[in-house]
Design a binder for this molecule. Structure first.
Ligand code: BG6
Length: 473
């Protein structure tokens, strides 16, 4: 069965990994602006307190790929590939530099007016994330990040301002990028700094509750501002967790691990805390503080669709011994799956896992899905003005085949945006060397380079994929 005619093909980036201009036009510091690149980055993410008091040689988000100034030429290239949709995020500290102001920064708002108008010029639908790893830093240093309930109000104000301002330009919105990252990289996901003497789970799940309420409030505001003309989605760092073996204990462990990620979407999509959370919270020593009305909000304002990133499946075991040989992944560690190959960064490659994940998510929620991130981070070599990135084409072809299989299985899918359609700063490592794009950007890990754009081989390949609506892979 072919994909629906209006299938939304496109690509995705995030403000903090592309825009640069970190202080321009009144923008405030985002939490990502204090993070270095390379090996130091994980250390900084694990000890944000230390990072705040350290001066690093290079902060990749400060200039990134300078998209703030190059967006016109970049969007022109996206249009040349035939993009129907372009996913980006609004930088919260461009609109509210510290986060707790009552009035927004007009210059910041103007930038996104221009950016979305540029998309409209080419008939490209923007898909906008409200918060993608760049909560204003001030909200962390002054308020403690999302552990503080006050952030709900600050976020709501910000959401209302941008939903109102761009209501005629943007239809698709995501409330939080990879909301489950909060449990794995709490500084990125929630601006959290957790003391050694604290119950980390208590802090993280309390912050999660605040984000879930904030997400519902943004949905409420959206419906009040533009009714059904807005489509509001949640966003999960997805990837089915497989059991290491058919041992029943491994199977049960996989059930638990899957629930840990689906927990967020269970609330955002079904509107209430799932029954398994009672026991889960008890065992983790978590006692959530909720206010009257929270439950009703969550129930009433659920999302219209479910978006997710997919880079790999994951593998788990009940046997701690097995963890001696684990591997990296998108923030979550996983056991090595002997049936899978891995990228240069150790992320395992599992196209069929995408079909598994899509089927399970659709079975669980029965709401339209949207793949808003997928792709291969690889080292590219620029030669004669291009990159022969057949490895990227192979990766994407196999994933798209499985995506189409899932649609044939009956999954409702709105669209597909590949991650990092233009090379950008890696979120996990801060490197430029880990490239995902169809467009090469001449900039290295230290920030050197002309910034010039070059089309890779995959550029024409993806153009054909879109032109034939996925018939020619
Ligand atoms: C997702 C994020 O976690 O994965 C993106 O939403 C990120 O921001 C992407 O860039 C790929 O991860 P990385 O670490 O390779 O940049």
């Amino acid at each position: 069965m072919p994909l629906q005619k209006d299938f939304l093909w496109g690509g995705a980036i995030a403000a903090n990994q592309a825009e640069g201009a970190y202080k321009e036009d009144g923008k405030g510091m985002a939490l990502v602006d204090v993070l270095p690149s390379g090996k130091q980055r994980w250390d900084a993410l694990a000890n944000p307190n230390k990072a705040l008091n350290t001066t690093y040689d290079h902060y990749p988000s400060h200039e990134a790929i300078d998209f703030y100034h190059t967006y016109k030429e970049d969007i022109k290239l996206f249009a040349e590939m035939g993009f129907k949709v372009f996913r980006t995020s609004i930088s919260w500290p461009r609109i509210f530099p510290k986060g707790d102001e009552t009035e927004p920064n007009e210059a910041g708002l103007k930038f996104y007016d221009d950016l979305f108008a540029e998309c409209q010029k080419y008939g490209i639908e923007p898909l906008v994330t409200l918060n993608h790893f760049d909560t204003p830093l001030y909200l962390t240093t002054e308020y403690g990040g999302w552990r503080n309930r006050k952030l709900i109000g600050f976020y709501e104000r910000y959401a209302k301002v941008v939903l109102e301002r761009y209501k005629d330009k943007v239809k698709y919105w995501l409330t939080f990028n990879e909301i489950n990252m909060l449990l794995h990289i709490p500084f990125f996901g929630g601006g959290l700094m957790i003391g050694e003497d604290e119950n980390a789970d208590q802090v993280k799940f309390q912050a999660a509750h605040h984000q879930l309420v904030a997400s519902s409030l943004a949905t409420k505001a959206a419906k009040e501002i533009n009714g059904e003309d807005f489509m509001i989605g949640c966003m999960l760092a997805a990837g089915e967790v497989y059991p290491y073996s058919c041992h029943p204990e491994d199977m049960m462990k996989a059930v638990h691990d899957n629930r840990k990620q689906y927990f967020f979407i269970d609330v955002q999509s079904r509107g209430e805390y799932p029954s398994y959370t009672n026991r889960m919270f008890k065992e983790l020593g978590v006692d959530l503080e909720m206010e009257q009305g929270d439950g009703e909000l969550l129930k009433q304002y659920t999302v219209d669709f479910i978006s997710f990133s997919y880079y790999s499946s994951r593998l788990t075991s009940a046997d701690p011994e097995k963890y001696k040989d684990d591997t990296a992944g998108n923030a979550f560690k996983s056991l090595k799956n002997p049936h899978l190959e891995a990228s240069e960064w150790g992320w395992q490659i599992d196209p069929v896992g995408l079909r598994v994940t899509m089927n399970n998510m659709y079975d669980r929620y029965q709401k339209p899905l949207f793949i808003v991130e997928n792709g291969l981070g690889a080292v590219d070599e620029l030669k004669d003005g291009t990159v022969e990135d057949d490895y990227r084409i192979d990766y994407m072809r196999e994933h798209l085949k499985q995506m189409i299989e899932a649609v044939d299985d009956g999954v409702e899918l709105l669209g597909y945006t590949s991650w990092g359609c233009i090379d950008l700063v890696s979120a996990g490592t801060g490197e430029m060397k880990k490239r995902y794009g169809f467009i090469y950007v001449d900039r290295d890990n230290e920030g050197n380079g002309t910034g010039k754009r070059y089309k890779k081989k995959s550029f024409d390949w993806y153009k054909k994929v879109i032109e034939t609506n996925g018939e020619q892979l």
